[in-house]
Design a protein around this ligand. Structure first.
Ligand SMILES: Nc1ncnc2c1ncn2[C@@H]1O[C@H](COP(=O)(O)OP(=O)(O)OP(=O)(O)O)[C@@H](O)[C@H]1O
Ligand SMILES: [Mg+2]
Length: 429
């Protein structure tokens, strides 16, 4: 700076100096004056910088889109920015010095206190949702970010407040809607089930009543003839009785069908059977003993054990799933062929045990693929060995209740693979 000043002071030519020492002094003074002026300039520039920085800080703090509050370690409000005012519903001059806790809904008081103390003592940022009670009595659902301030001499926290009333309301609406939807879906499913049950029970029941009606009428006639002694001959009377027997046999079959539907349905309502840790291969072997003769007579079943993790299951229920799937597979075999149904075990996706039932039968058309798990959906509603359509619905309910999944892949003319995945027992996989 001295050098700069020296350079500038040469404006006065040394020849014009009246006296050597005076001239030297004057020169010295001029240099000092210039030095001071330069320093002054520098200071003014710094001051300008500071003012701009301050303005920036004020802009950032005051006009930030969230409320900022500075709170001392005694819990009293020291400073509030502009956006903070509407949250409290008070002029900030009135806020300064008040306890922050006085504005917190009493129900959230503990939560606020804990977060505040933690931020202050542990010097860690805390986040907490509390309701702020405004001066007019209304409440604002707020999200607080409480940050300890390190630079200041006394312990302070700075709190960023965001009004999340709207967000919370939307969340509540959404939750209510979800509950409503779940209920509607359940009622819908129940409705479908009840309608199906009514229909499925009503049909055989009507047939049973008709059969019994016929049997009763014929039996009464025979009885009356025998009583009056007007029977034509034993042979024709025996024929009449054959009709009674036939009608009663049909009635029996109808009754059995209703019985089967009711038994199937009780699987849905049955409280969870006890679950035990089991090797899946043991469950499969158990199920093999229950396969109906119509299945074992028609197909071969090969079990391929690829080492599945253990599972925790109601053994009887999973056996039922396997029996149902293998029975379906056997029924899908084309006329005159003898298929080998494969039951394949192995590890599944994401820590599950997998069981697949694979057939090479008729396959399932895409149009009906999405309906096969519906209760009472069946394509075998007539003829011998007709189904009730409850098999897969029961399988699905059982597997889902075990926290697992039941899926299907199928190609018409090529066959189907039904895949069960069950969560592995703790410590497995
Ligand atoms: N492996 C399979 N191959 C081809 N179609 C199948 C197979 N498994 C199921 N299906 C189809 O899905 C329908 C529903 O099966 P589900 O087991 O629920 O009922 P069902 O076998 O008809 O009767 P139920 O099992 O109650 O005696 C069957 O009618 C059939 O059309
Ligand atoms: Mg079935």
């Amino acid at each position: 700076m001295r050098a700069k000043a020296e350079a500038r002071s040469t404006r006065v030519p040394p020849a014009a100096r009246p006296h050597a020492s005076t001239a030297a002094l004057l020169h010295e003074l001029q240099v000092h004056q210039i030095e001071l002026e330069t320093q002054n300039e520098e200071l003014r520039r710094l001051l300008g910088d500071l003012e701009r920085a301050n303005q920036r800080y004020v802009n950032l703090y005051e006009f930030a889109p969230v409320g900022y509050v500075t709170v001392g370690d005694d819990g009293s409000i020291r400073e509030v920015n502009l956006a903070g005012e509407p949250i409290f519903g008070l002029d900030r001059k009135l806020l300064n010095g008040s306890k922050f806790a006085a504005f917190v809904d009493p129900d959230d008081g503990d939560r606020w206190h804990l977060a505040f103390q933690k931020a202050l003592k542990a010097k860690e940022k805390q986040s907490v949702a509390v309701r702020i009670r405004r001066a007019d009595g209304t409440t604002v659902q707020s999200w607080l970010e409480i940050v300890p301030v390190r630079e200041e001499a006394e312990p302070l926290v700075r709190i960023a407040l965001a009004d999340i009333t709207e967000y919370t309301r939307m969340e509540e609406d959404l939750r209510a809607l979800q509950t409503q939807l779940a209920l509607t879906a359940r009622l819908g499913a129940l409705g479908t089930l009840v309608t199906g049950v009514a229909h499925e029970i009503n049909n055989p029941l009507t047939a049973v009543m008709a059969d019994q009606g016929v049997a009763l009428e014929v039996a009464r006639e025979v009885r009356a003839r025998l009583g009056r002694g007007t029977s034509p001959d034993v042979k024709s009377e025996a024929q009449s009785l054959d009709g009674v027997i036939e009608a009663l046999e049909d009635a029996q079959e109808g009754g059995q069908r209703v019985g089967r539907i009711v038994k199937d349905l009780s699987t849905f309502g049955r409280p969870d059977a006890q679950r035990v840790r089991a090797r899946l291969i043991d469950v499969v072997q158990g199920a093999m003993r229950w396969l109906p003769a119509t299945v074992t007579g028609a197909v071969a079943v090969r079990v391929e054990d690829g080492g599945a993790p253990d599972v925790t299951v109601a053994t009887g229920q999973i056996e039922q799933v396997i029996v149902n799937l293998v029975t379906n597979a056997a029924r899908a075999v084309r006329e005159g062929e003898r298929d080998t149904i494969i039951v394949r075990l192995g590890p599944g996706s994401q820590g599950t045990a997998r069981l697949e039932v694979i057939d090479h039968g008729v396959g399932i058309a895409p149009a009906i693929l999405e309906r096969i798990f519906e209760p009472f959906f069946t394509t075998r509603s007539t003829g011998k060995g007709r189904g009730t359509g409850m098999g897969l619905a029961i399988c699905h309910a059982i597997v889902t209740a075990h926290g697992g999944t039941l899926t299907v892949e199928s190609k018409v003319g090529k066959g189907s693979t039904f895949r069960v995945e069950l969560p592995a027992a703790p410590g497995e996989a």
